[in-house]
Design a protein around this ligand. Structure first.
Ligand code: PEP
Length: 253
């Protein structure tokens, strides 16, 4: 079975103490993950070591960064390289979240460079894509997302692209409490998979995990994750509440 992933995105929230308490509350609850399931925590940079220590040895629990730089090293004040993350034992990174696209002007081309440096160094990227409200209202969301994939991903080889986890996050559903219906999520995930199949073939497309993000919570996770092309979720707000996020982990198929 394809990898099924519950990914928490803490964004720029919590103090160190609050982060420690949240992780303690989550890992104290049994989730019995199977080998195709995982829980990934995208943690603010200053707390990565803390999270790495707390989750080490916890089966199928992994730490992710929320971003990395597109260059190997050098005079890029304030930035964090792939090599730095890996020196902490962090092997996952979220790329292209809509907040980074909007506030830090990250383009599809720039994200293609970040994907390259991650894949060249064995880092697992969680690549975010998704349309704003006006595109959904114009019913051109499938083309919009296909273009994001084309411009950031489709220069990759078939071997490389299989190492990417895709997170479809309609921008109108992020942090708004407005979730895409399970039918809307399935329709877009099937469209993404069909675009991947057009470029890389059915066999490769079938192996790529596609997460849904946008107001996922315990109350809707089971129905969303039950969709055949939804392979888990990228979760913001609800990942800051231990019981909510544990229930979301347990909703993985
Ligand atoms: C996100 O941060 O990627 C996200 C989907 O946030 P929320 O779950 O709060 O909508």
């Amino acid at each position: 079975m394809r990898a099924q992933i519950a990914a928490a995105n803490w964004k720029m929230n919590l103090t160190l103490k609050q982060g420690e308490e949240l992780l303690d509350a989550i890992i104290s609850q049994p989730t019995q993950l199977q080998s195709h399931q995982s829980a990934v925590f995208a943690i603010p940079f200053p707390y990565l070591t803390m999270a790495q220590q707390k989750l080490s040895g916890k089966y199928q629990y992994f730490v992710a960064a929320q971003n990395c730089h597109n260059k190997k090293s050098g005079a890029y004040t304030g930035e964090t390289s792939v090599e730095m993350l890996q020196s902490l034992g962090v092997n996952y990174v979220v790329l292209g979240h809509s907040e980074r696209r909007e506030y830090f002007l990250e383009s599809n081309q720039f994200l293609a460079e970040k994907l390259d440096i991650c894949l060249a160094n064995g880092m697992h990227p969680i690549f975010c894509c998704g349309e704003p409200l006006q595109i959904r209202e114009a019913n051109t969301q499938n083309e919009f997302v296909a273009k994001q994939l084309e411009e950031s991903l489709y220069h990759l080889s078939a071997d490389e692209v299989q190492k990417v986890v895709i997170a479809y996050e309609p921008i109108w559903a992020i942090g708004t409490g407005k979730t895409a219906s399970s039918a809307q999520a399935q329709e877009m995930h099937a469209s993404i998979r069909s675009s991947l199949a057009g470029k890389y073939g059915d066999e490769v497309a079938a192996k790529i995990s596609i997460l849904y993000g946008g107001s996922v919570k315990a109350a809707n996770a089971v129905e969303l994750f039950a969709q055949p092309d939804v392979d888990g979720g990228l979760v913001g707000g609800a990942s800051l509440l231990a019981d909510e996020f544990v229930a979301i982990i347990k909703a993985l198929k």
